[in-house]
Design a protein around this ligand. Structure first.
Ligand SMILES: CC(C)(COP(=O)(O)OP(=O)(O)OC[C@H]1O[C@@H](n2cnc3c(N)ncnc32)[C@H](O)[C@@H]1OP(=O)(O)O)[C@@H](O)C(=O)NCCC(=O)NCCS
Length: 185
């Protein structure tokens, strides 16, 4: 087996300028997200589950971030805390080297360790690379959500755009915490 030429480790604040730049590269494709620009660090950490945020760095240049992955809660409702949505972005120079796959494998492993029971991914139908990546890691396309938002940039600018929902089920925990079973106001 050939060793990987990159290493996966937790993301930290010092990584963020590179994380943001890789995010922007992905957004520039016009097929990664509805949003036009990457968030600030403060916005990022307010939305993501930061103990599940990972970066991949080059072995021969460990300060160079080649990709990242995070998870976010799919809902603010506590009963759904076992369901997370992933985001994965790889530097254009790092694509096609197995980095996205390795990051997604690592995130799935963390979900298993934390007793999460389902993972979601929202993928534009036009984003073949992300669909293939998720399919290769056991995600199944559940369906297409229609007219979710209007694109404000890119080649689909002005169009109300559909998005596919992909799912990967994980083993169910024996006993989800009872304190989660309280209706929210
Ligand atoms: C989509 C993306 C994350 C894939 O990352 P990557 O590191 O290039 O993917 P990998 O090299 O790990 O490939 C993983 C699997 O997906 C497949 N794949 C990846 N990109 C592909 C493409 N463009 N076309 C067909 N298959 C592709 C690979 O063949 C591989 O399959 P295998 O494991 O069965 O061999 C990357 O292209 C990217 O960052 N795109 C821009 C941002 C983006 O769209 N993010 C997702 C938002 S939903």
């Amino acid at each position: 087996m050939v060793d990987k030429d990159f290493t996966i480790r937790p993301m930290n604040k010092e990584d963020f300028p590179q994380v943001q730049e890789i995010y922007e590269f992905g957004l520039e494709t016009g097929h990664a997200a509805y949003e036009k620009s990457a968030p600030t660090w403060e916005q990022f950490i307010s939305k993501k589950i930061m103990d599940m945020a990972l970066v991949a760095v080059e072995n021969d240049d460990p300060d160079f971030v080649i990709g990242w992955i995070t998870a976010a809660p799919i809902s603010s409702r506590a009963v759904f805390h076992g369901v997370v949505e992933d985001s994965v972005y790889i530097h254009p120079k790092g694509q096609g080297r197995g980095v996205g796959g390795a990051l997604l494998d690592a995130l799935i492993e963390m979900c298993l360790e934390q007793g999460r029971w389902s993972m979601h991914s929202w993928i534009f139908p036009e984003n073949t690379g992300s669909a293939k990546l998720h399919e290769s890691r056991g995600f199944t396309k559940i369906g297409t959500m229609h007219q979710m938002a209007r694109m404000t940039y890119g080649e689909m600018k002005g169009q109300w755009r559909d998005c596919d929902l992909w799912e990967r089920l994980l083993p169910l925990p024996d006993d989800p915490a009872e304190e989660m079973d309280v209706a929210e106001a």
